[in-house]
Design a protein. Structure first.
Lengths: 271, 160
């Protein structure tokens, strides 16, 4: 019969269309589940129920939350010194090491600050004592010493060079050359470091050991000017520039009338 | 890739830097939860539009104070849109989790929205009233003292 045939064909077309639509919706919000929310998984880890969101590429946790329990409870917290509080990160890494996939001694303190009754503590990940650019692990500790969750951007199994093939002087010259009118603008080197720079590709990560430089023209140091600076990362193996970008100025405060140029050590580097 | 889905898109074509007392520039961004934000969507709310990055230490330490007021006044129409500038979704997500932040965090991975707003330093904050007019532009670390934000919000909300 003609009518049912058309109806079946229509059903088939409709089902193909809805499958296509579902695929489109799914891919229009990458990283999100079909319910429109980011995917979290619930796992049991050493008897503790945890909610985890993972980095899609590295599978390292971006967020770990305790479900009806804290990640860590620090005894006598109110009596701890700042130095002792700064040591809570390695304790946390030690407890969740197989999830985080890094060693406690790979962490370097980024900052520990008390705001109201809460401490906010954060770390960089290091590889052979060299900081990984934009890596982090951090958490807050409430007044009772409870850590409920952590946020992290970690890189398990880093494979990076441990020595540099080109000298600092060579790298600096390469860095300076990237800036047009370096001398005319009276550019200053306001921060420098050796870093591991992870570059995410589709299915893998390239790790560069880089000389990282932050340059600012003299004029840009005035907070009220819109002039910015530049970050240049030079590969320590090849001398190739692997990152060049304009910088926003991190400002400690509003623009005072009696402004004086900051000293290099007062400027905050972009890492 | 995740970045494509989260990117902020410029809506208007001609760039114009915002000024006090003028309408806020339109935007269209996705936040970390995949929610889209635009000026139309936030009209009727008092909005603190904040540009930040995780490497800026001042940005970090002001966030919990801002979040405190967001939690307190959100139901009364106070919205914080903390736009992360030129970083990946993973960096922004880790940061917000570390500080337990509850307000929306739109992403501006290529810095287009920041440029449209004339942002040259971070943190930079724009306070936008219920009619979509820019009432305050605050550059640098200004909320470390909680009273600054409280005094600012007193004009719009009942605060003790």
């Amino acid at each position: 019969m003609l009518v049912p045939r058309i109806s079946q064909r229509a059903k088939l077309i409709l089902s193909i269309l809805s499958a296509l639509l579902a695929t489109l919706i799914l891919f229009s919000s990458p990283g999100l589940g079909s319910n429109g929310k980011p995917d979290d998984e619930t796992i049991r880890y050493k008897g503790q129920l945890l909610s985890i969101r993972r980095d899609p590429l590295t599978q390292a946790p971006l967020i770990i939350r305790g479900i009806e329990s804290n990640l860590l409870e620090i005894k006598n917290f109110s009596k701890l010194s700042r130095k002792e509080i700064a040591h809570t990160g390695p304790l946390l890494v030690n407890k969740y090491q197989s999830l985080l996939q890094i060693e406690p001694d790979q962490m370097k303190l980024k900052g520990a600050e008390k705001i109201s009754d809460t401490w906010y503590v954060s770390y960089w990940q290091t590889f052979r004592d060299v900081i990984l650019y934009e890596s982090s692990l951090g958490f807050s500790i409430d007044s009772r010493g409870n850590i409920k969750s952590l946020g992290a951007l970690l890189y398990p199994h880093v494979q990076a060079p441990v020595t540099s093939k080109i000298s600092h002087e060579e790298a600096l010259k390469i860095g300076q050359k990237q800036i047009k009118d370096y001398k005319k603008l009276k550019c200053m080197l306001l921060a420098e470091s050796v870093l591991i720079y992870p570059v995410k590709k589709t299915n893998s990560i390239d790790y560069y050991r880089v000389y990282a430089f932050n340059f600012f023209p003299e004029k840009a140091l005035h907070p009220a000017t819109t002039e910015g600076g530049w970050a240049v990362f030079v590969d320590s193996q090849t001398g190739k520039v692997v990152l060049f970008e304009t910088l926003l100025k991190p400002l400690g405060c509003c623009v005072p009338e009696d402004w004086v140029p900051p000293k290099p050590e007062e400027m905050k580097p972009k890492w | 890739m995740i970045l494509l889905g989260f990117a902020c898109q410029e809506k208007t074509e001609k760039p114009s830097l915002p000024k006090l007392g003028t309408p806020a520039i339109d935007f269209n961004c996705q936040d970390l939860k995949g929610q889209t934000w635009s000026l139309d969507k936030v009209r009727g709310k008092v909005v603190l539009l904040r540009f930040w990055a995780d490497w800026c230490p001042y940005c970090r330490y002001e966030m919990p104070i801002i979040d405190k007021y967001y939690k307190k006044l959100n139901k009364e129409g106070f919205l914080v849109l903390a736009v992360n500038v030129k970083q990946s979704a993973e960096v922004a997500l880790a940061f917000t989790a570390q500080l337990d932040l509850t307000f929306p965090v739109p992403l501006d991975p290529d810095g287009k929205m920041a440029r449209r707003y004339g942002v040259y330093a971070i943190p930079t904050n724009f306070l936008i009233d219920r009619q979509g007019i820019i009432r305050q532009i605050l550059i640098g670390e200004v909320f470390k003292e909680e009273t600054v934000l409280r005094d600012l919000l007193k004009d719009y909300f009942k605060l003790q």
